[in-house]
Design a binder for this molecule. Structure first.
Ligand code: UGA
Length: 435
């Protein structure tokens, strides 16, 4: 199996997981990040993010000398055949992603190219269509004359919490290229991955990523809108989703009604795609509605709590789950953080528990009470709101939970519990789109 020398620039979720997985396949990988603290952490064997299985994967590959971490971009590029750009593309107030990191990294890469060694510069960060063209022009401007390189796009589809499995077993691998040489290199890099390969032009590859994330966000908003109709009619959204999903053209995935989508990808990417379309002269109003439904879905949670408690001032609310989804400590754009802020605005007292995300939540939300376990969070609460469907919440002792609370009221924003069971235990219970 052919292996490559790879530089990964940007050691966030995508960069770190991809780097470790490429190393596991036998490639020699250098991960670069300008965050000294992060690189020191990684070099001392600690992970900057929680991702199941990542610590062992990193440890194994560092020991085997296939994976290393540095803050120095120049030697990493010079030592590599493929350079992946995995830096952040955070949102700006206009909605357009901030591409200044991609641009800065492109210049740095350019300065380390030469006319004897061919290097493939490959975007993995989620970027607007045509970014590849800008990267190529930038590299051409700053590189030595006759520098040997190509630019390619290879968007990443891993999800947090299942990132390693997703990387090794993706539904598809998308490669956007403008030369046969780049295509051959990426085909060979991915040869041992168990997935169909789509080879296309760079613009299409970039669009596949934004279109896929936006489409999935649209599916979630769609089912959340249906959940609202279910609540108005007494129908059950889970039955509706099951019935819809059995149509293979629709599919079961991403039809779970809940607290709305969060995380660092969907909210940012939908916003970016709207802004990118707008700058190209197309008004993507469909996606604006996807966003509006998502915001409304969160506000409906507050309304559900108010329906039970009327006035929230002075009431104690227990939040179970703070991360935007289970199996991650990521709280960026997490529905739970939004709800906690709204509750604080209404002068409620918030007690929260999460199996992994408390440390990160504390940084953005220092003023709520963080609790040792779910029962501690429930202590004296007038209402318990389940925000993230961590597995450990499915196995709670509900009788113990109820007896810790001042009022046995539960709002289950992820439809984790069986309504009949919870009500039989004495709870006043509401969930999403279920009678
Ligand atoms: C998402 C995509 O699923 C990945 O394919 C993509 O690579 C990634 O963004 C990215 O662009 O980096 P991720 O944000 O990790 O991955 O998480 P998802 O599993 O997609 O969940 C996103 C949000 O949607 C979560 O808040 C989740 O709770 C919510 N969701 C998901 C629902 O409310 N209902 C569903 O049926 C599914």
């Amino acid at each position: 199996m052919p292996t490559f020398k790879i530089a990964i620039i940007g050691t966030g979720h995508v960069g770190l997981v991809s780097g470790a997985c490429f190393a596991e396949k036998g490639n020699i990988v250098i991960c670069v990040d300008n965050d000294i603290e992060k690189i020191e952490m990684l070099n001392s064997g600690r992970m900057p993010i929680y991702e199941p299985g990542l610590d062992e994967l990193v440890e194994r590959n560092v020991k085997a000398s296939r994976l290393s971490f540095t803050t120095e971009i120049a030697p990493a590029v010079r030592a590599s055949e493929i350079v992946f750009i995995c830096v952040g593309t955070p949102p700006t107030p206009s909605g357009q992603p901030d591409l200044s990191y991609v641009e800065a990294v492109s210049r740095e890469i350019a300065r380390n190219l030469d006319d004897t060694t061919y290097r493939l510069i490959c975007e993995k960060s989620t970027v607007p269509v045509r970014t590849g063209e800008h990267v190529r022009q930038t590299v051409e401007k700053y590189a030595a004359k006759n520098a040997l390189f190509d630019v390619a796009s290879n968007p990443e589809f891993l999800s947090e919490g299942t990132a390693i499995h997703d990387t090794f077993n993706p539904d598809r691998i998308v490669i956007g290229v403008s030369s046969k040489r780049a295509e051959a290199m990426l085909r060979s890099l991915y040869e041992s991955f168990n997935a169909p390969l789509i080879v296309t032009d760079i613009n299409s590859a970039e669009l596949i990523k934004h279109a896929s994330n936006s489409f999935l966000a649209m599916k979630i908003s769609f089912i959340n809108a249906i959940a609202t109709i279910c609540e108005l009619t007494g129908a059950n959204v889970e039955e509706v989703a099951r019935g819809m999903g059995m149509d293979r053209r629709i599919g079961q995935a991403f039809l779970r009604a809940g607290a709305g989508y969060g995380g660092f990808c969907f909210p940012k990417d939908v916003e970016a795609f709207i802004a990118v379309a707008e700058s190209l002269g197309y008004r993507f109003d469909l996606l604006k509605e996807v966003q509006a439904v998502n915001v409304a879905q969160r506000d409906r949670i507050i309304k559900k709590i108010e329906k039970e408690l009327w006035i929230l001032k002075g009431k104690t609310i227990a939040l179970l789950g703070l991360s935007f989804k289970p199996n991650t400590d990521d709280v960026r754009e997490a529905p739970a953080i939004y709800i906690a802020r709204r509750l604080l605005e209404k002068e409620a007292i918030v007690r929260a528990y999460d199996p992994r995300a408390i440390e990160k939540a504390r940084r953005v939300l220092p003023t709520i009470a963080y609790c040792a376990d779910p029962y501690d969070a429930a202590r004296g609460a007038d209402c318990l709101v389940l925000m993230t469907e961590w597995d450990e919440f499915r196995h709670l002792d509900l009788t113990r939970l109820r007896s810790a609370m001042a009022q046995p009221i539960m709002v289950d924003c992820r439809n984790v519990f069986d309504p009949a069971h919870v009500r039989a235990l004495g709870f006043t219970y509401s969930s999403v789109g279920r009678p």
